[in-house]
Design a protein around this ligand. Structure first.
Ligand code: ATP
Ligand code: MG
Length: 249
């Protein structure tokens, strides 16, 4: 149904707009503390350089003490500003806690199909083949559809980023007793055992451009729905995320 796809695309776009507005605000808020930190680090490094290069003489010890005290004061400013940055980012993540879920009855198969339609052009342009195996009956859950779409999109994008040379994105849905199961797997580089315990940590990222907010956000959304998210990964072979959500009785 082209109308439906169109509608879900625009709904998704508005969600992206909200998110980009939020990240815009975030960028604005972190700009000031960040430049304060930068300036102070530069000054501290100049003062420390002075200490190293100062020659011996009667007044040098006094001057060194003064330099040292000044440098310590700047370190305190840097500490304060990094605390502020941490708070700003915590607040950003906590916006989810304040969000009220707009729960409606949703067929997870339909939601996943919409997301696959939405994502297929991007997958194609990254040489990624999508394979899907959806459960043969509707899988009805009480969900905030936009939030769940964000979870799925985060998992798709992570998979894509793990498959630089292309690969397969495998999407399955299933029913296990009182749960709907969504499994999203990729044939990317996988996650090494030392990294695996950290991937749901706030701000953990192995990518230079990554914010490390994708998976903690996904986890939070899934848990707000009374569900779970788990990962299985083999280094060099690929990764598989499993989301379980309570089925609507
Ligand atoms: N499918 C995957 N394959 C391999 N590694 C993954 C996969 N998904 C997540 N990771 C690892 O988990 C880390 C955290 O993922 P997360 O989505 O939270 O942050 P990110 O993708 O680095 O940044 P962003 O905030 O932009 O999403 C990634 O940096 C990566 O190391
Ligand atoms: Mg991510």
């Amino acid at each position: 149904m082209p109308d439906k796809i169109q509608e879900s695309k625009s709904e998704h776009l508005s969600q992206l707009e909200v998110l980009s507005k939020l990240t815009g605000q975030l960028a604005h808020e972190i700009k000031n503390p960040l430049s304060t930190i930068k300036i102070n680090l530069k000054l501290v490094s100049e003062e420390l350089n002075d200490l190293i290069s100062s020659e011996s003489g009667p007044n040098v010890a006094d001057r060194n003490t003064r330099n040292f005290t000044r440098a310590l004061r700047k370190v305190a400013v840097i500490q304060k500003e990094t605390d502020r940055l941490e708070h700003i980012l915590d607040d950003f993540l906590r916006y989810l806690d304040r969000t009220e879920l707009q729960l409606v009855s949703v067929d997870v198969n339909e939601l996943i199909s919409d997301m696959i339609d939405f994502y297929t052009p991007q997958a194609y342009s990254h040489s990624i083949t999508i394979r899907q195996g959806l459960y043969n009956k509707p899988l009805i859950c009480r969900l905030d559809a936009n939030m769940l779409k964000q979870v799925i999109l985060n998992l798709f994008i992570n998979a894509q980023q793990a498959m630089n040379e292309g690969g397969e994105l495998i999407i399955r849905t299933d029913r296990q007793e009182k749960h709907v199961v969504i499994q999203i797997s990729d044939t990317g580089g996988g996650i090494t055992p030392d990294v695996l315990p950290h991937i749901f940590d706030t701000y953990y990222s192995s990518r230079p451009q990554g914010s490390g907010l994708g998976l903690p956000t996904a986890k939070k959304i899934v848990e707000l729905h009374g569900g779970t998210i788990q990962v299985n990964s083999t280094s060099g072979k690929g990764t598989s995320f499993t989301v379980k959500l309570p089925v609507q009785d």
